[in-house]
Design a protein around this ligand. Structure first.
Ligand code: BV8
Length: 263
């Protein structure tokens, strides 16, 4: 990215008359897509950052059905470690601002790749969980006695890997792994969110599909598109405005310019 545009990007957030502020002030409908960068300030490790979760593991080792079939205990140890870490985390200013905006716009959609549940904890309306929830499980054998999925907030299982209470087989985390399809219901909910005045992507590396394709799909349908990230991503050159900065600093700044119009 050219240095000139970098300073321009930062100006977008300082200038109450910038394109992004005008777009948010005049929009009737807003869709936000979030990734791990939104939860970073809450203490939830990101996937690909310096301290990223993937740094110690490769996705194909842990986040695939094949990995689980091969070594369910290792995969559950990783998810159990993440659950115990996430259980101590609280929503941060990013979650709070997105929640506030979710109650303001007449049509609001939050599409999140995050599985930590912090958006719901912050009271956000209309959350689409593209990659599922770390606080849900379902039977690995899809046994007839068990529901499709259920909430299970156990932090330390007495037996690893944990057993299905309905059939005695295994349970698995209720998330979408690499190579697994996202349900048509969830994809339809996300697709409905593409029809919006503003599509804002926050804190995602934009390399995991189909999530990474959404902002350009929204732009093709006429949305004003903007990105907030600490660093450029593969979509930075394609969106209308790419703002470089920490979400927990940029979102409150943008909100401060909107406060009159949001009242
Ligand atoms: C599928 C599990 C059909 C839950 C995860 C094209 C089309 C369709 C599929 C593909 C395709 N090309 C390739 C594929 C296959 C694959 C894929 O995308 N691979 C990638 C690696 C190329 N996609 C799939 O398999 C998907 N399934 O499409 O089904 C199909 C089926 C078979 C074959 C083909 C297609 C399923 C993908 C879901 C995978 N599951 N997680 C869990 O355990 O958590 S993905 C994992 O990465 C997380 O869910 C996470 O959400 C996701 C993306 O990561 P980010 O959230 O972006 O986090 P990351 O650390 O990468 O980045 C953080 C960013 O925040 C950074 O940019 C950083 O700079 C920034 N940041 C940090 N701090 C801050 C900040 N920004 C602002 N402020 C801060 N403070």
């Amino acid at each position: 990215m050219r240095s000139g545009t970098l300073s321009l990007q930062l100006l977008q957030v300082q200038d109450p008359n910038s394109q992004i502020v005008h777009a948010l002030q005049t929009a009737q409908s807003l869709t936000v897509l979030t990734g791990a960068g939104v939860s970073a300030a809450s203490g939830v490790p990101t996937f690909r950052g310096q301290e990223g979760l993937w740094k110690s593991y490769r996705p194909e080792i842990l986040a695939t059905p094949q990995a689980f079939a091969k070594n369910p205990k290792l995969v559950w140890e990783w998810y159990q470690w993440r659950r115990t870490k996430i259980a101590t985390c609280k929503p941060n200013r990013s979650h709070e601002i997105i929640s506030k905006w979710s109650h303001h716009y007449s049509k609001f959609t939050l599409i999140t790749q995050n599985v930590d549940g912090l958006h719901e904890q912050a009271g956000t309306e209309n959350v689409v969980h593209l990659h599922g929830s770390i606080w849900e499980v379902f039977c690995w054998n899809d046994c007839q006695l068990s529901p499709p999925r259920w909430i299970d907030k156990t932090l330390i299982y007495s037996k690893m890997p944990p057993a299905c209470p309905y059939c005695g087989g295994l349970i698995r985390p209720g998330v979408i792994w690499f190579g697994e399809s996202i349900s048509s219901e969830i994809l339809e909910s996300a697709t409905r969110g593409l029809i919006c005045d503003v599509f804002l992507t926050v804190g995602t590396s934009s390399i995991v599909y189909p999530a990474a394709s959404l902002i350009c799909a929204a732009k093709a349908k006429g949305a004003f598109t903007a990105e907030i990230n600490l660093e450029p991503t593969p979509v930075s050159e394609q969106v209308d405005v790419s703002m470089l900065g920490a979400a927990e600093e940029v979102l409150p700044k943008l909100d401060s310019f909107l406060v009159d119009s949001l009242l």
